[in-house]
Structures are given as structure tokens and as C-alpha cells.
Design a binder for this molecule. Structure first.
Ligand SMILES: *[C@@H]1O[C@H](CO)[C@@H](O)[C@H](O)[C@H]1NC(C)=O
Ligand SMILES: *[C@@H]1O[C@H](CO)[C@@H](O)[C@H](O)[C@H]1NC(C)=O
Ligand SMILES: *[C@@H]1O[C@H](CO)[C@@H](O)[C@H](O)[C@H]1NC(C)=O
Ligand SMILES: *[C@@H]1O[C@H](CO)[C@@H](O)[C@H](O)[C@H]1NC(C)=O
Ligand SMILES: *[C@@H]1O[C@H](CO)[C@@H](O)[C@H](O)[C@H]1NC(C)=O
Ligand SMILES: *[C@@H]1O[C@H](CO)[C@@H](O)[C@H](O)[C@H]1NC(C)=O
Ligand SMILES: *[C@@H]1O[C@H](CO)[C@@H](O)[C@H](O)[C@H]1NC(C)=O
Ligand SMILES: *[C@@H]1O[C@H](CO)[C@@H](O)[C@H](O)[C@H]1NC(C)=O
Ligand SMILES: *[C@@H]1O[C@H](CO)[C@@H](O)[C@H](O)[C@H]1NC(C)=O
Length: 294
């Protein structure tokens, strides 16, 4: 109802203008930004990105639009293969999103696959490893001939989140999806530190009261990966991390299930009913703060 009214507004204004031509010398007031539906920006790595990790794999962000109505939300998949919270920051990519977003938009941030390790020793720094820890620790280094004060994963997420909040957006911090948990012939999964760190970042930013939500995408995705069984191997055609389109679409559905089971108002724009999302394959709602390490 509301969005249809917004869509009609320019037409109504146009009709009025035609009826009453403005007097000469009248300056048309600057139009408000054309923004009738929210954009959902996606920031992440190859597990989310267009084209996934290459060679026919896909990122889950490419399948998110199936669960939204294209007249109520637009999805901008700004995830890039190979990136970590650190390199996404250094390359100015959070900044690009901040420049493009408008009040009422959403940003989903999901990193962790490329964030592991340490910037030290400098000779082994790949430009992606965050400073170890989950506080305000810093790791001064020189990368690509430039001085870089490497921050923790938590600092990068919180910094980007506060910029998006200040621009009137809401933010979803989503924990990283696992690699193939059947890789060694039996099911084995343990959450990485980044699963906990993404929750912690949401918590420290003030959580839902501040417009910052957490989706335990790691836990949701493992339900489905467990249910698929060993036959999941064929949906990891390249390596243990990058998903074939079918699996990527299931990973997207798990994000939506997590969204519907949580409290972010973005769930109101999802076209599917919760009862239709929960299934023998996707699993059910999981409790948000449970099963976190350290
Ligand atoms: C991926 O594709 C490239 C060419 O597009 C090819 O050289 C490479 O061997 C492929 N890698 C795998 C693991 O299939
Ligand atoms: C929106 O979705 C409808 C139904 O799937 C489709 O027909 C239409 O082309 C889409 N519009 C845009 C702008 O993508
Ligand atoms: C905070 O984010 C902005 C925008 O992405 C970036 O320019 C700045 O370097 C970041 N600060 C830290 C400490 O990472
Ligand atoms: C998508 O987001 C990027 C920022 O990551 C922005 O530069 C670009 O213009 C956006 N594209 C569309 C079509 O909205
Ligand atoms: C996980 O985080 C804890 C606390 O910062 C740290 O002691 C541990 O080394 C980390 N583990 C890995 C694998 O990074
Ligand atoms: C970094 O500096 C070294 C010399 O100290 C130079 O050989 C190299 O080309 C520089 N790399 C870049 C990316 O500028
Ligand atoms: C899975 O298989 C590997 C290799 O055979 C073995 O080392 C590991 O203990 C097994 N894990 C479980 C949970 O059974
Ligand atoms: C974690 O759980 C607590 C208690 O249920 C809740 O108040 C808080 O909002 C949750 N944090 C996030 C980030 O969802
Ligand atoms: C929602 O329904 C659409 C079809 O209408 C489907 O493509 C999509 O995967 C569904 N999403 C979830 C999360 O089940």
C-alpha cells in the first residue's frame, strides 16, 4: 500500500505541474532522491559474490532476490571474491556502499573466509588477514609499499556499521558460511572465531535497539549441509569452499530463514511465509546466541 502510494507520487506531481505551468523565473525545487524502495547492499567475499569463486560456482547473494518482491526491495550484490573485512575496507568498498546508500536501506555484511591468520610476519602478509583478537588491537605493517594499521575483524565490522547507521541504514551482521563439512567423509563442523566475532560486533554496536541485527548464517547453513549428507560433494565442484548454483541458492534460503526467525524488520519484505521456509532440508529456527565459541 505504502510503496504503491510512493510510486504514484511523481505521477501526481507531474499531473499537477501540467495543469498549472510554473510562472517564468520559477526555479524547480531540487527533487528529493528518487528512492521508492529500499536497497539491500551485500558486502562479502566469494561465497556471496556474483560468479562465486569462478569456474561455474556462484555466491549466495545472487539468489537472495528470489525471496524478495522486486517491487519492494532491490538487491545490490557488492560482494567481491577474495576479500576480507580488512581488504574490503582498504579498497574503499564499504565507503562506496556508504556513498550509494540512502536512509531506509539495508547492508548485510558477511566476512570471515579470508580473514584468518595474521599480518605478521610482514613478508607473509597477504593483505587480507586481520589483526588477531576481537578488541581494539592493531597490527601496524607495510603492505603494498603503504603503511597500514591493520585492525581486528571486530573493529572493521563496527567501523563500517557505524558509518552505515549514521547514513540512516540498518545493518545485518551475518556469520560466515562453512566450507564443505563432509570433506573428509564424515560430518564435521566447528564454528570459527569469526562466527562469534560477527555476533559480538552486533552486540557491541547496540544490537537490534540500535538497528544492528545478527543472522547466525553459519549455524543455519550447517543444518542444510548436514541434511544433504555426503552427496553435497558434487555441489562443491571447485574446492571445499565454493558452491555450485544449487547449493548457493540453498545458502541464500538459509539466510532468509535466519532473517525470518530473527527480529530484523527486513523480514517483513520477504515474500515467503516462515512455515514454507522451514523444511526437512533447510531445518528450523535456531537460537541466536547459542553454540558460540569462546
Ligand atoms: C578454472 O578455470 C580456469 C580457466 O577458466 C582453468 O584454467 C582452471 O584450471 C580451472 N580450475 C579448476 C580447479 O577447475
Ligand atoms: C519484477 O518481477 C516480475 C515478476 O517476476 C517480472 O515480471 C518483472 O520483469 C520484474 N521487474 C524488474 C524491474 O526486474
Ligand atoms: C572506517 O571506515 C572508513 C570507510 O570504509 C575507512 O575509510 C576507514 O579507514 C575505516 N577505519 C578503520 C580504522 O578501519
Ligand atoms: C551497487 O553498489 C555499489 C557500491 O558497492 C555502487 O557503487 C553501485 O552504483 C550500486 N549499483 C546499483 C545498480 O545500484
Ligand atoms: C580465536 O580467538 C582466540 C581469542 O582471540 C584466540 O586465542 C585464538 O587463537 C583464535 N583462534 C584462531 C584459530 O584464530
Ligand atoms: C614496492 O617497492 C619496491 C621497491 O622498494 C618496488 O620494487 C615495487 O615495485 C613496489 N611495489 C609497488 C606495488 O609499488
Ligand atoms: C572423520 O574422519 C576422519 C578421517 O577418517 C577422522 O580423523 C575423524 O575423527 C572423523 N570424525 C568424526 C567426527 O567421526
Ligand atoms: C543476544 O541475546 C540477548 C538475550 O537474548 C539479546 O538481548 C540480544 O539482543 C542478542 N544479541 C543479538 C545481537 O541478537
Ligand atoms: C521463496 O519463494 C520463492 C518462490 O516463490 C523461492 O524461489 C525462494 O527460494 C523461497 N525462499 C525461501 C527462503 O524459501
Amino acid at each position: 500500500m505504502f510503496s504503491i502510494f510512493l510510486l504514484l507520487l511523481p505521477l501526481l506531481a507531474l499531473a499537477k505541474e501540467n495543469l498549472h505551468s510554473p510562472p517564468s523565473g520559477y526555479k524547480t525545487p531540487t527533487a528529493p532522491p528518487h528512492h521508492t524502495i529500499p536497497t539491500i547492499f551485500l558486502a562479502g567475499d566469494s561465497k556471496m559474490a556474483p560468479g562465486g569463486g569462478g569456474n561455474g560456482t556462484e555466491g549466495w547473494g545472487q539468489y537472495l532476490h528470489y525471496s524478495f518482491n522486486n517491487e519492494t526491495a532491490y538487491i545490490n550484490n557488492s560482494a567481491i571474491a577474495g576479500r576480507s573485512a580488512r581488504s574490503y575496507t582498504r579498497e574503499g568498498r564499504f565507503q562506496y556502499i556508504a556513498q550509494a546508500l540512502r536512509p531506509g536501506d539495508w547492508v548485510v555484511i558477511e566476512f570471515g573466509t579470508n580473514d584468518g591468520g595474521s599480518p605478521y610476519p610482514a613478508s607473509k602478509d597477504n593483505g587480507r588477514a586481520d589483526c588477531p583478537g576481537y578488541g581494539t588491537e592493531t597490527c601496524p605493517t607495510v603492505y603494498d609499499n603503504a603503511t597500514e594499521i591493520v585492525q581486528t575483524y571486530v573493529t572493521y565490522l563496527k567501523n563500517a556499521t557505524s558509518i552505515f547507521l549514521s547514513k540512516g541504514a540498518k545493518v545485518i551482521l551475518s556469520s560466515p558460511t562453512p566450507n564443505n563439512p563432509w570433506e573428509f567423509g564424515n560430518y564435521s563442523y566447528a564454528p570459527t572465531n569469526f562466527t562469534y566475532f560477527s555476533w559480538l560486533s552486533a552486540q557491541e554496536m547496540g544490537g537490534p535497539a540500535a538497528g544492528v541485527y545478527f543472522v547466525p548464517h553459519s549455524q543455519y547453513t550447517t543444518q542444510m549441509m548436514y541434511n544433504l549428507g555426503i552427496s553435497i560433494d558434487k555441489y562443491f565442484p571447485l574446492d571445499h569452499g565454493h558452491t555450485a548454483p544449487y547449493l548457493a541458492s540453498l545458502v541464500a534460503q538459509e539466510f532468509v530463514l535466519g532473517l525470518k526467525c530473527g527480529s530484523a524488520p527486513l523480514q517483513d519484505l520477504v515474500v515467503n511465509a516462515t512455515s514454507r521456509i522451514e523444511s526437512a532440508l533447510l531445518g528450523t529456527c535456531v537460537s541466536v546466541n547459542a553454540t558460540l565459541p569462546i
